[in-house]
Design a protein around this ligand. Structure first.
Ligand code: MG
Length: 198
């Protein structure tokens, strides 16, 4: 049996922060830098609500979703997962109209037919319903609330810690990683446990 694996995109395979930051500097015509480790963009970059709204408008209208590039190590992970025979799906909180842009951003890592767009306002429960439909063996996200919601239904629930604060503590059973490539090791260990002889 080949495992089904579901991956979040922004903050997992794709470097959303870099793209959004570039878009912000371009839109606001000044350098924009991360000043805190908060997850909320206005706190992270020290912007007003109005500025954040302006950047989001530019992001959507200028099709910046096409320019959210993969983290370099994402290729290593995809290669490892495909070596394990995994069927890899992407699950992302953006509107369906950006589906093709997401596929372009992924540069062929995951085919468009295996990208699920939940909509910008999706709740963790919406994602859980998809994970259950897919019968996912493993799930990886950079938002701890999404990982916690999946915990009762998905055997391997992993959280990639991208140094944002304010998520609280991971519950028992969450596999915390800080390097994307470790997720491949986690899945491999689950599929092929090493027996220890005493
Ligand atoms: Mg994310």
């Amino acid at each position: 049996m080949y495992p089904t694996v579901a991956l979040d995109l922004d903050g997992v395979l794709l470097d959303f922060e870099a793209a959004w930051k570039t878009c912000a500097a371009w839109t606001l015509r000044r350098p924009v830098e991360r000043i805190t480790d908060d997850y909320a963009l206005e706190d992270r970059f020290g912007l007003s609500r109005r500025e954040v709204a302006k950047v989001w408008d530019a992001f959507h209208q200028g099709n910046w979703w096409e320019r959210v590039h993969p983290y370099p190590e994402a290729w290593d992970l995809i290669e490892h997962l495909s070596g394990l025979g995994a069927c890899v799906w992407a699950v992302t909180n953006v509107d369906a109209r950006h589906l093709h842009a997401r596929a372009l951003s992924l540069e062929g890592m995951i085919p468009e037919a295996r990208i699920i767009t939940l909509g910008a306002k999706a709740m963790p429960e919406d994602r859980v319903a998809i994970l259950r439909d897919l019968r996912a063996t493993a799930f990886l996200d950079d938002r701890l609330d999404n990982v916690h919601a999946a915990l009762p239904y998905v055997p391997i629930c992993s959280w990639i810690h991208r140094d944002y604060r304010g998520f609280g503590e991971p519950e028992n059973g969450v596999l915390v990683i800080d390097d994307l490539r470790d997720f491949g090791e986690v899945l491999q260990g689950f599929l092929y446990p090493v027996s220890v002889v005493a």
